[in-house]
Design a protein around this ligand. Sequence first.
Ligand code: ADP
Ligand code: MG
Length: 610
Amino acid sequence: MSVLNRLKSVPSFTFPVVAAILLLLLPQLGLSDANQRQLLLIGFLTLLVSGLNLSLGYAGELALGQPAIYATGAYVAAYMGAHGSTDILLQILAAIGAALVVGLLTGIPGLRLGSWSLAMTSFFLVLLIPDITNILINVTGGPSGAVGIAPPTLFGALLTNYGFYLVCMLSVIIWLAFMRNLVTSRHGIALRVMRQSPVLASSLGISVFRTKLVAYALGAVPAGVAGALFANLDSYVSPGSFSFALAISILAASILGGATSVYGAVLGAVIMQLGPSVSTSFQQDALIFYGILLIAGGVLLSDGLTGLITRAWKRYVVRPDHVTRSTTHSPQDFHFEPMAGATLSVKGVSKSFGGNVALRDVSLTAERGQVTALIGPNGSGKTTLLNMICGFYPIDAGTIDLDGVRLDNRRPHEIAGRGLARTFQTPVIPTGITVSQAVLAGRYSPERVSIASAALRLPKFWKVRAHDEERVAQTLAIVGLSELADEEAVSLPLGTRRLLEIARALVSNPSVILLDEAASGLDEGEVARLAVLIGRVRDAGGTVILVEHNFRLVLSLADTIHVLAQGEIIASGAPADIEVNPRVLKEYLGVKDVGAAAAAIEAETTGHAS
Ligand code: ADP
Ligand code: MG
């Protein structure tokens, strides 16, 4: 254990850096040519698998077209190499360009039509490779392959064997570093959120289509690079290298190594490259072997071998020192920054689902610095109204605007981008992320960082990351979850997940916050905390829309209460009016003796408030 404990204090980037340096030096240390070749092939496969991890593991799109992109890169480089453009960097750049074009062309229709279509179109692309190479026989050499590729050069000098090895391995290392930076940034969290809940992603201001497309297109980049390198390995390219079996082996490597992992791609590629060489009868049985590994990885390992290793690492190395701090602060203790509330107006909104009228001519206004409550029995349309405001469904009639700007014709991520943040009746918390990462997801929209900034760790990235960390820690403290910051978010009890959702909404410093049944599932202490918190948000100038069943909580917090019944607003007014409104008492609370009930509620409320 002491060795493990010492390992823990080593910075996390040490192992990859040492491994990378060793890898680059191996040929100098007497690695045989045959083994050098094996390593290069592992490197190419790593690039292919890593790209798939981005689109499949992180973005959740089953994109099977890696061999086609690989082929594109290879033929582009082959063509250049045979026509006097031997500089390997130029070839790599051209291959990346071509890979992006093919990735986008095949990705857009596939993604538009849904994920199965992407699997089909990308897979179809692989099946088409022999036909396309045949059609382009003048360029590709058809079935017999492209020949006459001149040896690669770099800045005018012929590359030695070792030079070529260095270029290949550096390409792999640079890509893995890029990928690592990307997935450990907020974009990585955004991808996980989007994969698990597109609804949540768009309510956080993440454009689902755009993000999926970017992940898919970026996943094509390493495949293009691998293709360009591969063409120069033997100065020969033929369609046989880009087969169906390759597509399956990439998929198996991804799943076996761990699809939501950077280094899983390396592990998967090593296994898929070296595994077959153990068996002599492999040529005939390749697909069976890949299939077995695919099934074994899929059935036995939820997140691949790297998942297994990470869990063991956390359990035996990181855990023992884990300390829990407890916060006893109340939201009252925190300084709330002023919030730029906005006026949300809903005018004459109607919505039916088939024949079922969920909302009928609903109008209400939520003012800044006020709590506007929405109450009503189950099925009365409260959640539907929130969904309309957030743009999840088109409305049948009416308008919704924010400070006079129409919202009802915009898409959910655009509406979120205008400062609307919400929680869900059933909390939506992605798996595989910690509490603080779940809250961090809420920071996507208010302060943006480009993928390039994140992957290249530009100054902008560090600046925003510092803000992110500060805001997340502050917000966790406000909702009282600081001590749980590093716990897995999804495994928390319901009440805590609700508070977490509120933190995620608050961290974006929204102008309007919509809370759907915020207090259900909370214990007494948590409800009290929530009440103080909502009060502070209101006092800070935020616009709060509160859907809630706890009548007492609503009476104590709301400035205005709207009562919905069967999709219609049956009463609106101040708490004092609503609690004695006979129709509300009868229809909503189901009370027969109206006078007695009103008196009881009043007694309880005043008793509670004092
Ligand atoms: P509440 O939140 O007040 O309990 P909801 O807004 O969830 O009520 O539901 C109002 C009505 O709209 C219900 O009859 C419900 O079945 C219907 N409804 C809500 N969302 C959908 C949907 N996506 N498709 C069909 N019907 C829906
Ligand atoms: Mg509801």
